[in-house]
Design a protein around this ligand. Structure first.
Ligand code: NAP
Ligand code: 8YV
Length: 329
């Protein structure tokens, strides 16, 4: 039997993660994160997990020797962190390495939404420029706008940095004001929506953020209003959004994320004033490689030094001080 530490990888993950793990660990693959796919004896030998997607309490329960779950992505809403924390199991994510890519995407999506560049390119490609003349002027522009950023964390800050260069007003809403930024702070989302005409959402999926961008918030944003969401679809009441876009309650929206991916509501697909992307904000080879490296480096650091590189705040454990039973360590 091999003496190498065993790492479970359920479901698909970027090949680079596997490449970076194989010399140090025994990697055990299963088709999906389902306890039924791993016999009890095999499950008992698993010490770590690398996962892209969900990892639920039943699977955590099935792995008695589990010490660490290294999750691919900065958002770790797919992992049952409270089940992990209660056993002293560390959870890691991939913060910072994707800030710039996601912020670039947010700006690109904002410009596409306002200035309709994808539609303008289609106009050219379909020969309409030659046949019919210039693409229609866009009613919306970034000029003169004030942008409210819902979530001014690592990525929200990178978005704000970029927006400064565009000469727009910048405001933000978070639960706690930041001492290190000059932007106007709003303690409530609806107050901020009322004060700005452009809302960029980049908050995590938590119980508190569920469908917080709802009909009243959209009404507050107003008829010149534009919503950009690069955080999680969970944060938006999509039915209210489709109605607001159809009825002119707001002017347009740009969405990279959806409530039930990869399903995009027909009501949104049918609307001309929505720019849609298939959750690609971090999806360049370079950035996904950096995320993959951080998944592997967290596992290597944990088993080599006892300290994970980027644990999530709910699991600030080291290998020896984990809150779980000592027998697990
Ligand atoms: P972060 O550094 O933890 O920032 C999160 C921000 O949201 C903080 O400013 C936080 O401030 C605020 N926030 C959290 N809960 C809130 C609430 N209930 N009300 C108001 N503000 C709240 O996270 P990040 O690295 O910037 O990433 C943010 C999220 O973006 C991720 O969790 C992920 O879901 C999403 N994301 C999406 C993509 C994509 O491909 N589209 C890529 C990367 C990330 P307070 O704690 O003061 O409230
Ligand atoms: C990834 C993301 O698309 O990091 C996140 O939270 O949403 C994206 O960067 C996703 O995690 C990859 O599965």
């Amino acid at each position: 039997m091999s003496a190498k530490t065993r790492i479970l990888v359920p479901g698909p993950i970027r090949e680079r993660v596997l490449e970076r793990l194989k010399d140090r660990f025994d990697v055990v693959r299963i088709e999906r994160a389902d306890p039924a796919l791993l016999a009890r004896s095999e499950a008992a030998a698993i010490s770590g997990v690398a996962v892209s997607g969900s990892f639920n309490a039943a699977l955590i329960e099935h792995l008695p020797s589990l010490e660490i779950i290294a999750s691919f992505g900065v958002g770790y809403d797919g992992v049952d962190v409270s089940a992990a924390a209660s056993r002293g199991i560390a959870v890691t994510n991939t913060p910072d390495v994707l800030n710039d890519e996601v912020a670039d995407t947010a700006i690109g999506l904002l410009l596409n939404t306002l200035r309709r560049f994808p539609q303008a390119e289609t106009w050219l490609r379909e020969g309409r420029w030659k046949r019919e003349g210039a693409f229609p002027l866009t009613p919306l522009t970034l000029r003169g706008r004030t942008v409210g950023i819902y979530g001014l964390g690592r990525i929200g800050l990178a978005i704000a940095e970029r927006l400064k260069g565009f000469g727009v007003g910048i405001a933000y809403h978070t639960r706690r004001p930041r001492a290190d930024v000059p932007y106007a702070y709003y303690p409530s989302l609806i107050e901020m929506a009322d004060a700005v005409d452009t809302l960029i959402a980049i908050v995590p999926k938590t119980a508190e953020t569920h469908r917080t961008i709802d009909a009243p918030v959209l009404r507050a944003l107003g008829p010149n209003g534009v919503l950009i969401n690069v955080g999680r679809g969970w944060t938006v009441d999509e039915e209210a959004l489709a109605q607001a876009l159809e009825n002119g309650v707001i002017a347009a929206a740009g969405l990279d994320v959806f409530y039930d991916e990869p399903h995009v509501p027909e009501a949104l697909l049918a609307l001309p004033n929505v720019a849609l992307l298939p959750h690609v904000a971090s999806a360049s080879v370079a950035t996904r490689d950096a995320m993959a490296d951080l998944v592997a480096d967290n596992l290597r650091a944990w088993f080599d030094t006892g300290i994970a590189l980027t644990p999530v705040p709910e699991t600030p454990f080291t290998r020896k001080t984990g809150a779980g039973p000592e027998s697990l360590r």
